[in-house]
Design a protein. Structure first.
Length: 293
């Protein structure tokens, strides 16, 4: 009897333990499922949270950007204007020199003084440059040179042409005797290639270019002006009407070939000073006529 009772008690204890183990196992599974659900919800909520925070972040960023933008733009604008002014100043300095960029030092005083006799030297086939003639040159862009005394008026003329929308360019200025001779030789050779005799070629060449010592280009007072860009004749017409105001004259006008000995050259201008230039322009004269020669 006692043995049977002990067995029953033992069975009850075992059953209780087993039932307790099952309840623990069930709780663990439930917990696990709950944790998985929480994790899943968490994973699903992150993008939502991110998406929800994004407009706020964007709003904050936008607000910050909008608040900062005017100041930044103001600073940037101020900086840009400052840089623009600096660039403009640089451009103006460059433009003021333009195709007349000077490599040497030149006085700002105009070459047109009360005594302009130095600018009235006559240079042609019958009146060569005096022996020992020398000139103080200033270098321009493109390895061009002119008498430094004519530079201020020349610069002003080019500045005013640019202000009128043109881009003048000096293509020839001072020439050494060697350079002048080379030009003549090239012209003679060109005519010979066209079938002219040597004598005919020489005559034609000297009708277009002066002999060495008889070229105005050797004086440093003459320039050939072309167009860097744009209408070439617009520049020629402007010069024909306005160059006299700066002391320059159209040296070889059309219809005056028998007087100058040179064919019409709408690009060739000679500095004679403002007083003489006005009289020559007003009376449609050549330099030879003006000087009575």
């Amino acid at each position: 009897m006692k043995t049977l009772t002990k067995c029953l008690i033992l069975i009850s204890v075992i059953a209780a333990v087993a039932l307790s183990g099952c309840e623990n196992a069930g709780t663990s599974a439930a917990d696990t499922a709950s944790q998985q659900q929480n994790y899943s919800n968490s994973q699903q909520q992150e993008p939502v949270s991110s998406q929800q925070s994004t407009p706020q972040d964007q709003q904050n960023a936008s607000s910050s950007s909008q608040q900062g933008t005017p100041q930044s733009q103001q600073n940037a604008s101020s900086s840009s204007q400052q840089n623009s002014q600096n660039d403009s100043s640089t451009q103006e300095q460059t433009s003021s020199s333009g195709s007349l960029s000077v490599t040497g030092s030149v006085s700002n005083e105009s070459g047109s003084t009360s005594d302009e006799s130095w600018a009235l030297i006559l240079v042609n086939a019958n009146s060569p440059l005096p022996e020992g003639y020398s000139v103080s040159l200033v270098e321009l862009r493109n390895f061009q040179y002119v008498d430094e005394r004519i530079y201020p008026d020349l610069q002003q003329m080019f500045d005013d042409m640019r202000a009128d929308g043109m881009l003048p360019l000096i293509i020839s200025s001072y020439r050494s005797p060697e350079e002048q001779q080379q030009i003549i030789d090239d012209k003679i050779e060109g005519y010979i290639e066209q079938g002219y005799s040597a004598k005919e070629a020489e005559q034609l060449a000297y009708f277009e270019a002066a002999k060495v010592g008889c070229s105005e280009h050797e004086s440093g007072l003459a320039i050939d002006i072309n167009a860097e860009d744009g209408d070439l004749w617009e520049i020629y017409n402007w010069l024909a009407q306005n160059a006299w105001q700066y002391g320059f004259i159209l040296r070889y006008p059309d219809g005056k070939e028998q007087i100058t000995g040179i064919t019409y050259e709408p690009w060739h201008y000679r500095y004679v000073g403002k007083t003489a230039a006005k009289e020559i322009y007003d009376n449609n004269l050549t330099l030879e006529e003006y000087l009575g020669q």
